[in-house]
Write a protein that binds this ligand. Structure first.
Ligand SMILES: Nc1ncnc2c1ncn2[C@@H]1O[C@H](COP(=O)(O)OP(=O)(O)OP(=O)(O)O)[C@@H](O)[C@H]1O
Ligand SMILES: [Mg+2]
Length: 358
């Protein structure tokens, strides 16, 4: 069953409106946003609102499969196409015919497969591995990623032409910390949802102070983390314990982008050396890989290197903040930051700071 898109924030209402507008078209959609923000939920809602519901919603995770397997899963194969291909098998493009093909984690699709994907999207035709026959395909392609694809294009990891093909309609889902109005509604929704799952553990809904605390928390793992947090509350019935086990509350306030560390990004608790098992970790983990053994870690820690990384990090955030505040007017930003216009341009290019694409 499709998850309803819960939320009343301006950004979520806009997304709902966009879903209604786009669902009747067959324009390729690219959904972006941090992990756990609801990219898959949006894709499912697009499908549900579309006239394609009599056909399939087919999902493929481009990050989860090795290259050759991903190719055969996408396009299918003929008997004998490769060792182990004992019988003909249809691919996702066939299963999604007249329905929706959801290309999840598209940013991780290997470059070698990106050109074939572009060709299929352009021509509407594909051929299974080992076949010389072309098949027509009518699928609505919805793709999602938590990568910054424009950055990946610059790094030559993603084809620019494929990006433009996919990015006809862009739906960017902001992180939960930027739409805290959605939190009370989501909390209510999950308490209701899990009531039947934990009939003997109803938990306790947050009082006013707890709700404020929930709304102030940065939610690095976004809605998924909030969802798990409610489940946990219902089982252990202690908000204090739930908060104790969450990654540091002030982590986002100190360093705005804490996504650099994968496990922080997923909102998971980690097995760290006890020296770091406190709220210092979220800051330190920005600059040091804490998942290595403590011996290796101590050999590799260098204050000089960390200083440079930390100051670059803060500079980048401050410059971006000011540019956003002045509507990307660079000469105004340079004046505010008290640097020359040239220095600002240099720093923008060094730190890869770009205005949002329209
Ligand atoms: N607005 C929402 N309303 C209800 N549930 C939501 C909403 N957003 C996210 N969720 C729930 O949060 C969880 C994560 O959502 P989803 O899998 O769509 O995120 P995602 O952006 O695809 O994450 P990832 O990048 O890690 O794949 C799911 O259980 C989903 O049901
Ligand atoms: Mg997803």
């Amino acid at each position: 069953m499709t998850t309803p898109l819960i939320g009343v924030s301006k950004s979520l209402l806009k997304i709902k409106e966009l879903i209604n507008h786009v669902a009747n078209t067959c324009l390729n959609v690219l959904i972006t946003g941090e992990t756990g923000v609801g990219k898959e939920v949006v894709a499912q809602n697009l499908y549900e609102e579309s006239p394609r519901t009599e056909h399939n919603f087919v999902k493929i995770n481009c990050a989860a499969l090795p290259e050759t397997l991903l190719e055969s899963e996408l396009y299918g194969y003929e008997k004998g196409a490769f060792t182990g291909a004992h019988k003909k098998r249809p691919g996702k493009f066939q299963s999604a015919h007249k329905g929706v093909l959801f290309l999840d984690e598209i940013g991780d699709m290997p470059l070698s497969l990106q050109s074939k994907m572009l060709h299929v999207l352009q021509s509407g035709e594909f051929s299974p591995l080992g076949s010389d026959q072309d098949f027509k395909t009518d699928v609505w392609v919805i793709a999602a990623t938590n990568h910054d694809l424009e950055k990946r294009i610059k790094q030559k990891q993603f084809r620019e032409d494929l990006f433009y093909r996919l990015n006809i309609i862009k739906i960017d889902i902001p992180p939960l910390r930027e739409r805290t109005e959605d939190i009370p509604l989501l909390v209510e929704y999950y308490f209701k949802l899990y009531k039947s799952e934990y009939p003997n553990n109803p938990g306790s809904k947050p009082d006013e102070d707890t709700m404020v605390r929930l709304c102030n928390y940065p939610w690095p793992g976004n809605v998924r983390q909030l969802q798990n947090c409610i489940k946990k509350q219902m089982v252990i019935n202690s908000w204090d314990k739930v908060f104790d086990e969450m990654p540091a509350e002030d982590s986002h306030a100190i360093v705005p982008d804490i996504s650099a560390h994968d496990s922080v990004k997923k909102g998971e608790t980690r097995n760290l050396h006890p020296d770091f098992a406190n709220d210092r970790i979220s800051l330190i983990s920005e600059f040091v890989d804490l998942s290595t053994s403590s011996e290796k870690l101590l050999q590799e820690i260098s204050l000089k290197k960390i200083k440079k990384k930390a100051s670059d990090r803060v500079e980048k955030e401050v410059i971006t903040f000011v540019l956003e505040k002045v509507g990307w007017n660079r000469s105004r930003a340079a004046k505010i930051l008290k640097v020359s216009y040239k220095t600002l341009l240099y720093k923008m290019s060094e730190f890869d700071i770009n205005p949002p694409s329209k």
